[in-house]
Structure formats: C-alpha cells, structure tokens
Design a protein around this ligand. Structure first.
Ligand SMILES: Cc1cc2nc3c(=O)[nH]c(=O)nc-3n(C[C@H](O)[C@H](O)[C@H](O)COP(=O)(O)OP(=O)(O)OC[C@H]3O[C@@H](n4cnc5c(N)ncnc54)[C@H](O)[C@@H]3O)c2cc1C
Length: 374
C-alpha cells in the first residue's frame, strides 16, 4: 500500500469541482496541497453544468449508493445555510417522450423499488409539487422526486476556494497542459507546460474529459465517451421555478440572479468543432432550446438566452465513475466521472481519505481505473 502521511504534499491537476473538492478535503486533513490548472478555475464542465443533484433513473447499485451519499453531503452543506442562492433542494420533475405515461410509470416503479423518493403525479397535481410549471406541458404522468436539488458549481468552487486559501493551499492558474512526473515508477510531482515543476508525494489527475489523455503517457488506458454539450443561461426572468426539470425537449434548473440554466442533447449534431478545439452552434438552436424551456413554465414567458458555453461533458467509456490510485503508477490517483456535480463533495472526501491513508474505500471498489485494462 502506498499511503502517505497527512503532513505530505499532494499535487492536483485540474481546477474543476473534483480537483477543488479533493484539495479542500486534503487540506482539512493536514496535507499540503498544490492545485495546478490549465487556465482558470471552473473553466470546463464545472463552469457549464446543469448540476442537478440526483440519483434518478437506473444505474448500478454501487453508483446509486455513491450518488445518494453525494446528495447527503450537499444536504449537510445546505443545512448549514439554507439561504444560499446557489444550493437549493426544490425537488426534481421528470417525464418521458412516451405520451401514454407507461415509460414514466416504469421509471417510477424502479425508483420506488429501491427506496428512492418518487411520486407519480398527474398534470392536475403539478402546481402543488412544482409551482410555476405549466400543467399543460405535462403528459399523462410525471415523476416528482422531492429529495433532489441543484447547485451552481462555479459558486460552490468559489465557496470551497475561500477555505482552500484560508488553509494555505497553493493555486497555480494558467499552467497550460500539465503532466504527471514519474520517478522510479512512482508519481513524484507535476510539471507545467512552461516547465515549472511541483514535486509531491502523491498526485491526483482530475482533468475532466481530458483525464484519459493525461494518464495515457503513463501507459494507462481509460475509456472516454465524453460528448460535446452546451449549457445556456437565460436573462433574468420572474419564473418562480424551484424544481429541476428533466423533460423530452429541455432540462431546466433555477440559477442565481433569477436566471435559469438550460441544457439537453437533441441538438448534439448541430455543434461545429473548430481547429483551436473550441465549439460553436447556430444561435437559432440556442433560442429554440430557450423556447422549449419557456413552454414548460406557467404563462410561457419568453426566455432569452444571455450566454451559452459549449465543451466536453466528462463521461467514462462505460458510463461509471473512475476513481482511485493507478496500479501501474503508485502515488497517482484519478477522478473522472459523469455526474460530477452530484459526486463533487463525496468524491473529494473519499479520494482525500484514500490518498492520505492508503486505505481503499469500499464505496469506490467497483470504480477502479484498471477495469479498462482487463
Ligand atoms: C452540460 C452539462 C450538464 C451536466 N449536468 C449534470 C447534472 O445534472 N448532474 C451532475 O451531477 N453532473 C452534471 N454534469 C457533470 C458535471 O458537471 C461534471 O462531471 C463535473 O463538473 C466534472 O468536474 P471535473 O472537475 O471532473 O472536470 P472539469 O470541470 O472539466 O475540470 C477539469 C479541469 O482540468 C483542467 N485540465 C484538463 N487537462 C489539464 C491539463 N493537462 N493540465 C492542467 N489542467 C488541465 C481543465 O482546464 C479543467 O479546469 C454536467 C456537465 C455538463 C457539461
């Protein structure tokens, strides 16, 4: 086992929620931390996430359990100050494309069977569970999940970074593409694109969709299925929405400043990738998504997109999270996952524990990177 004493130095590559959360949990446990990121904090998926906190629908039991623990940590944070405008628990509302409601009922049955709080609601019941949602938009049946919530990840990163600074963490912004340094077969630090070296006793690669590319030079293969995605933020609107909505043509969540955050996937083939690695989409598609979202709101207020960001949404090749130390490179840990908003706090907590004690957490047992090699 490759445990390091808590007084030692951990270098983290990646300034998204995974890197920042793990950094703060390491600092709380007495480690020295250097956080190195390519440009600014929250520059990638964390800066453009719908960040619905949930374990709705079907997935493996270990993944479900981890997500439930993830929601639990957010509930603890929420209870410490329920007035934060960037973390709220207003429930989640879902319905499928099937207008008969059969698919929605199957999902409800599945969720109920393993104790997930799931209520089947008719259009007439919508105003009771989800104020400001247009009942006419809802087909035969919808699911209301009262235990779900949402977070604005850039605000959470700001909040965690206050603690990071107060606990003496070292932050290196605009490092360009950093890499893991390996000495005698063990991770020994991080080098930046400009050649700056940060030696460390352990390294965490938390590079979102770029994680497989960062560990590839170490001889480690991790499947990558990260699609291009977009998050739209609307102009402020008097909407009254409290629940996150996941519907066939638009996903909607409240966002600070009386704005709404919107996403979906029906426009995936409308993205253009440019030579510099950036993406664009026709503005009319963005407005179409805003129009679809507007139809879900009582009174159908016209929604106007204020900004939209496009880039890769981190998803490992088999859809399950990838967490833990690399067998091939002791001292090098990875964090690469879908649903990184829901998992942000719990993953940081468990990974920090593994890095500092060397004891593998049972909740991460099925998420090890080596499964892609076997
Ligand atoms: C549109 C969208 C909707 C989503 N909806 C949800 C949802 O509803 N619920 C949910 O739980 N999750 C959701 N997610 C997923 C969640 O937002 C992500 O899983 C999470 O933000 C990933 O955080 P991360 O820290 O792993 O990666 P990122 O936020 O991508 O951060 C990685 C960081 O690493 C840096 N980096 C990369 N390579 C290098 C390098 N070589 N050197 C230095 N730095 C490097 C990048 O610049 C970036 O800052 C969504 C994501 C998107 C995009």
């Amino acid at each position: 086992m490759t445990s390091v004493p808590a007084s030692t130095h951990v270098a983290i590559i990646g300034g998204g929620i995974m890197g920042v959360s793990t950094a703060v949990h390491l600092l709380r446990n007495g480690a020295t931390v250097t956080l190195v990121t390519e440009t600014e904090l929250a520059s990638e998926a964390t800066g453009r996430s719908l960040s619905w906190l949930n374990s709705a629908g079907q997935r493996s039991l270990p993944y479900h359990n981890l997500r439930m623990a993830g929601v639990d940590r957010y509930r603890t944070l929420f209870a410490s100050d329920p007035a934060r405008d960037w973390l709220q628990f207003g429930g989640g509302l879902y319905w499928s494309t099937d207008s008969t409601g059969i698919e929605t009922r199957h999902r409800h049955d599945y969720e109920s069977a393993h104790g997930y709080d799931s209520q089947l609601v008719s259009p007439a019941e919508i105003p009771v569970v989800a104020p400001a949602v247009a009942p006419v938009a809802v087909p035969a049946a919808a699911i209301f999940n009262p235990g779900e919530g949402w977070v604005s990840l850039p605000d959470l990163v700001d909040y965690l970074m206050d603690e990071f600074k107060a606990r003496g963490g070292e932050l290196v912004l605009n490092a360009g593409k950093a890499a893991v340094i390996v000495t005698d077969g063990r991770a020994s630090g991080v080098s930046t694109a400009a050649g700056q070296v940060y030696t460390a006793d352990a390294v965490l690669v938390a590079c979102g969709a770029a994680t497989p590319e960062v560990v590839a030079p170490l001889g480690v293969g991790i499947g990558n299925a990260s699609p291009v995605s977009m998050l739209v933020i609307t102009e402020p609107v008097n909407h009254g929405i409290t629940a996150v909505m996941n519907t066939p043509r638009a996903a909607v969540r409240p966002n600070p400043g009386s704005t709404l955050a919107l996403d979906h996937d029906w426009y995936e083939d409308r993205f253009t990738e440019h030579e510099d690695g950036t993406f664009s989409i026709p503005e009319q598609v963005v407005q179409e998504l805003a129009d679809e979202a507007g139809k879900l709101l009582a009174g159908n207020p016209g929604l106007k997109p204020a900004s939209w960001k496009i880039g890769r949404k981190p998803i490992p090749g088999d859809g399950e999270p990838v967490f833990g130390e690399l067998e091939k490179v002791p001292g090098c840990h990875v964090a690469f996952t879908h649903s990184g908003a829901t998992l942000g706090l719990i993953a940081g907590e468990l990974l920090a524990g593994e890095i500092l004690t060397g004891t593998k957490h049972p909740m991460l047992a099925t998420f090890r990177p080596e499964r892609f090699d076997r």
